[in-house]
Design a protein around this ligand. Sequence first.
Ligand SMILES: [Zn+2]
Length: 263
Amino acid sequence: MKLNPVDILPFIGVLGIGFFLIIETRIPQRMWHMSRWKHCFVNLSLSFCNLIIVDTFFVTLLQKSVVFDHLKIINIFELLGLNAFLRIALCIILFDMMMYFWHRLNHKVPLLWRFHRVHHTDMDLDVTSASRFHFGETTMAAVLTYTLMLSLGASLFEVRIFKLIFVLMTEFQHSNIAMSKSLEKYIWLIFVPPAMHRVHHSDIKKQTDSNYGAIFSVWDRMFKTLCRVEDEDKIIFGLKEYRDPKELTVFKLLALPFRKEKK
Ligand SMILES: [Zn+2]
């Protein structure tokens, strides 16, 4: 059986979970409130739903569709005549910028927030939090990703390279790793370190509505959404209106977008 590199890339993302899980267990930034097993179970169950509904069903159906290859909308990459390296570099930059604006929209548009708040109800942050997304949100993100892919004329391999870096960075910034402040300061110059993303998970609205970046920190700096907190240990994760663990089971989280919003 011939192995296609496109199919191997997502497995590296799974290995990333194991890698960060080991580090955060050895050097945790803070202690978990709830049982780690329970926390892990809820987040990975949501991830499993995404794997089945979005990655296996929706994306495979989309990619296997006969019209997929004929849907190149503008094909900017071909018009610019870019080489392989520049195509991948541009892919990473443009898709990350798209994800920045998509994330901002998720906080600003009430309908999108209904889905995205599932991610923000997490009261502990660790590498499994990077998987805590409602399948409604990931389906919409997949549609957006493939629309940009077809507009650029990017290949599936190029998009998967971006996705891999995106997933590994998302795992890194959610991980509960105690890092040296000086190292984090240097990472912050270009990339999004855990300290920057922890502010985004604060239960204070002004802080939640900041630090939207996933790979590069430049977008938050450029579009004035960067927020720094001096003492990050004082940040309380989660949403003030959703603090009862009984309301945050897998099934209740799947139903959350369709339930009346708590104020
Ligand atoms: Zn968010």
